[in-house]
Ligand binder design. Structure first.
Ligand code: GLV
Length: 329
């Protein structure tokens, strides 16, 4: 019997063709509707491999149901949607898609910073809505980016690549991370700062940290209060790192100038959410890595990982390093 691969979102036919030649492949038929949990559970029971997306909760129930399951390949660098311990206990390899999305995500993060600082979205809407009647000295005047201080929270590959972008804008660059990165500090001219110091000194606070028990709700009202009144907060990591109510209150109280958000506590964010009513918020639908080239590369990396695990080889990008394969059907 051919190994069975279940894909939780509709992917382009040409991407999955090579898989179909070797395995039995089934795919949830919608591109923009998540697979219901009961269907995912039934599929996990049969599958040798799951190709998942970040909005699928791959919890203990799904993983223990997967009696034949050998690999979960997640189409994201983040893996907070997967219970890693349960996966390792079940001999299931968890793979993600780092590296291939680093530049693309850094581009979007810096673009979001620029859009928020220079009010680009607001200005574009202003023109399209026919509100532009004359040139005026302070029309949609925003904040400068060049020569300002950027504080990057989370100095992984994406953080480092955003820092590289910031050097081109002659920015002063601070970072905070669990561990210091002396080589990166030297190469890019970064200065390490405590979280408190970074928050107080930065003009742009850019959050790129993964979601873990330690980073959950890291940005509280107290933290926003410490920021400069002219500060702009950017989040391109995971929504739950921020207390959204606190962010809303800080924006309304004028404690910071604006926010650029690619991620939210609950995704998709409800269109009636108070944050979306604020003109100084630029909101995007979690598109950090969304260029055609990069998304295709991410899909291919998931497929490579699935093929490797099924063939008994080392996967390219294993997350649960304590994984040991179990003998399964
Ligand atoms: C996107 O947020 C990712 O983790 O790749």
């Amino acid at each position: 019997m051919k190994p069975y691969v279940y894909i939780t979102r509709k992917l382009p036919e040409e991407i999955i063709k090579p898989l179909q030649q070797k395995y039995e492949v089934n795919m949830w038929e919608h591109e923009d509707i998540p697979v219901p949990k009961d269907i995912l559970l039934l599929e996990a029971k049969k599958a040798d491999a799951l190709l998942t997306v970040l909005s699928d909760s791959i919890d203990e129930r799904i993983l223990t149901a997967g009696k034949n399951l050998k690999v979960v390949a997640n189409l994201a660098v983040g893996f907070d949607n997967i219970d890693l311990k349960a996966a390792s206990r079940g001999g299931i390899a968890v793979c993600n898609t780092p590296d291939v999305l680093t530049d693309t995500t850094a581009d979007l993060t810096f673009g979001l910073l620029m859009a928020t600082a220079r009010r680009i979205v607001e200005a574009a809407e202003f023109v399209k809505e026919g509100k532009w009647e004359s040139w005026s000295p302070l029309l949609l005047a925003g904040q400068d980016i060049h020569h300002k201080t950027i504080g990057i929270v989370g100095m992984g590959n994406i953080g480092e690549t955003v820092a590289k972008r910031a050097t081109g804008f002659d920015m002063n660059i601070l970072y905070h991370n669990r561990s210091r990165k002396p080589e990166v500090e030297q190469r890019l001219g970064l200065a390490y700062a405590s979280f408190d110091e970074l928050v107080k000194k930065s003009d742009f606070i850019v959050c790129l940290t993964p979601l873990t028990a330690e980073t959950k709700n890291m940005f509280t009202r107290e933290v926003f209060k410490k920021m400069k009144k002219s500060a702009i907060f950017i989040n391109a990591s995971r929504g739950p790192v921020v207390d959204e109510q606190a962010l809303y209150e800080a924006l309304v109280a004028g404690e910071i100038v604006g926010a650029g958000l690619d991620v939210f506590e609950k995704e998709p964010i409800n269109a009636g959410h108070p944050l979306l009513k604020l003109t100084n918020v630029v909101a995007l639908p979690h598109i950090g890595s969304s260029s055609i080239e990069t998304r295709v590369a991410m899909m291919q990396l998931c497929i490579d990982n699935i093929e490797a695990i099924i063939a008994g080889k080392e996967p390219k990008t294993l997350v649960n390093k304590d994984w040991m394969p179990l003998v399964k059907a």
